[in-house]
Design a protein around this ligand. Structure first.
Ligand SMILES: C[S@@+](CC[C@H](N)C(=O)[O-])C[C@H]1O[C@@H](n2cnc3c(N)ncnc32)[C@H](O)[C@@H]1O
Length: 313
């Protein structure tokens, strides 16, 4: 197992602007949106989510309350929202997203899709799940939601069990919580398992970033979610899909700005190419090439197998 005890590589969340750039570049190379779209159009999503939402609300005019956790630039959430609008007319969507640039991007996307999103009222909150959880405690009973979407963001919560408990407690009876997360043995899950000490932020760095998600152990996988749900005795149904990201140019040449962004996203670091020791960089690339990549039509794809958990309130 590779270790990096003698080096100082900064975690990516200590620089939210850099996280924004690296995430945006990485997702532009992936088929994430197409894959989620076909999952939402598949036979799974209708019975698991749409039918349940219709049952929960007395009529299509009743308002559905949705919470997005770590909504990012909103592309994923719009897929869910547009699908919900095929059956329901009014949605109140609360967006929790700690990164300001991502909220702005989501707001631009909403403006650009105004016509397709008629019936949706947005509440924007630049907050982490933990910060929102604290706010809820001020109310006698926190707000409850019919649908909560946590797509690729449960990785970063401080305490997995408390986060799951909090999310489950925010569901209306009969409401649905959808969590997607990478499996332990593919893609980011595999990298985080192989290089557990990749980043070692000091407490000061974490505090200075103003981001509660900058501690090193925020690299979760679906096995940990399963274990936590079992421990909490929360029942779930699970589905899966695979996301592919073209990282071919990064594997060929690590000296370009684009390759730096890809490496930073994969390692969840800032300036991996400058700050990581040479040996660590070699091991990291070797792991990418040998364990994380699938060659298809001459293109090297980084493979993330994802688990989707659906939990009812
Ligand atoms: C990989 S991105 C996924 C974004 C979006 N859901 C998507 O699938 O495109 C993870 C998101 O979680 C957000 N995030 C990080 N820590 C968080 C926390 N503690 N609570 C809520 N969101 C968080 C990040 O800012 C980022 O937007």
């Amino acid at each position: 197992m590779a270790t990096s005890s003698d080096q100082q590589v900064r975690p990516i969340f200590t620089d939210k602007e850099h996280y924004f750039k690296a995430l945006t570049h990485f997702t532009s190379k992936s088929d994430n949106l197409e894959v989620i779209q076909s999952w939402v159009d598949s036979e799974d999503f209708g019975p698991a989510i749409l039918d349940k939402m219709e049952l929960l609300l007395k009529s299509p005019e009743d308002e559905l309350r949705m919470l997005g956790v770590g909504s990012g630039s909103g592309d994923m959430e719009l897929i869910f929202l547009k699908k919900l609008l095929t059956r329901l007319m009014n949605i109140e969507a609360c967006v929790l997203e700690p990164c300001r640039d991502l909220i702005s991007k989501y707001q631009d996307l909403v403006d650009a899709n105004e016509k397709d999103l008629e019936g949706i009222e947005y509440e924007w909150r630049q907050q982490s799940l933990e910060e929102y959880g604290q706010t809820c405690r001020y109310f006698e009973e926190g707000p409850k939601f019919h649908f909560i979407s946590v797509v690729h963001s449960i990785y970063y919560v401080n305490e997995l069990e408390s986060a799951l408990k909090l999310l489950h407690g925010m569901l209306e009876p009969g409401g649905a919580l959808l969590i997607t997360i990478v499996t332990e043995d593919t893609g980011l899950g595999l990298i985080w398992k192989t290089f557990p000490d990749l980043v070692q932020p000091t407490a000061e760095e974490g505090a200075a970033s103003g981001c509660p998600t900058s501690r090193p152990n925020h690299r979760r996988n679906s096995t940990q979610v399963k274990e936590a749900l079992n421990k909490l005795k929360i029942e779930y149904t699970s589905y899966n899909y695979t996301v592919r990201t073209d990282i071919g140019s990064c594997l060929e040449d690590q000296s370009t700005p684009e390759s730096h962004l890809v490496l930073d996203f994969l390692a969840h670091t800032v300036n991996f190419h400058e700050s990581a020791p040479e040996k660590l960089q070699e091991d990291f690339l070797k792991c990418l090439k040998e364990k994380c990549v699938e060659l298809k039509d001459g293109i090297s794809y980084f493979l993330n197998k994802m688990d989707v958990f659906v939990i009812y309130g």
